[in-house]
Design a protein. Sequence first.
Lengths: 87, 242
Amino acid sequence: MCTYLTETINIAGSGKGSAGWFRVTDATVYFDHPVHALAEHTLNIDFANPSRGPGARVAVELTAESARALVQAIEATLASAPADLTR
Amino acid sequence: MCSLTAETITISGDGGDEIEAYLARPHGPKRRGGMVVIHHIPGYDRATKEMVRRFAELGCDAVCPNLFHREAPGADPDDAAAAARARGGVPDDRLVGDVAGAAAYLRSLDTSNGKIGVIGHCSGGRQAVLAACSLPLDAAIDCYGGYVVRDSPDDARTSLEPRLSNLGCPLLGLFGKDDQRPSPAEVAELATLLRENGKEFEFHSYDGAGHAFFAVDRPSYRVEAAVDGWDKIADFLGRHLS
């Protein structure tokens, strides 16, 4: 099935794509058919900079279990860092 | 098996926009039907282009418009799909216009017999039904299209139920019994609506198959369903496009 649902947020940081590092300004998150992962549905994240064209994108396709583990790892990492560094 | 030629072309889509398309044609002067192939949400990709060539092998002129060309001209199919998704996907009206442009292109070919069919898988299955309810076509094939009789979760695509009375050609539906979008209940509901509207259709639902059973590059591929499904498609087109 196609879920169609997409979360879009503004972000600040950098990503490394096929042409090297670039500033990322947008992230889209959706649970739908992957392009490459061997699963029928995956949690997909595109880190992108639309102003640099559609190829300025770092994409990941994760199983639901992997995506949840990643969320926990990110939260744990942020929680363990000094609070004054993560404001 | 026939010889064929495949190439990337430009066609006029919705609003006269010039958009990229992939064309495959059997060799020879024989007059034949045309097929518009609607690609799925992952994009105007290799797997879809393989299907376009298969329709040429089946004896049709076939064309797949790149529905994401406007968002990302010349981009890799997956990048274009991501860019289109970030902008909300393909509006229904634009899809109809692009299919109309593809059908007009096929009818303009010197080999055309004037008959045109449309096929889509997954999101394209719904779009094939939408096109067949909106345009003068001769055959339509819905392969496990979701949200045909339901609104999509993002409310951007509404149920096609109000449009089914306008369906102007026979509809072939190919579904997996293990699919949940569309579920067997939704497929049965669609069949009831078509019957109530006096429409010609034939549905086949396969045991042991879920969504995307035609997709040879995905774990959902089910060889028995896909092989039989292609046979059903060839038979359907033989009856309605020849």
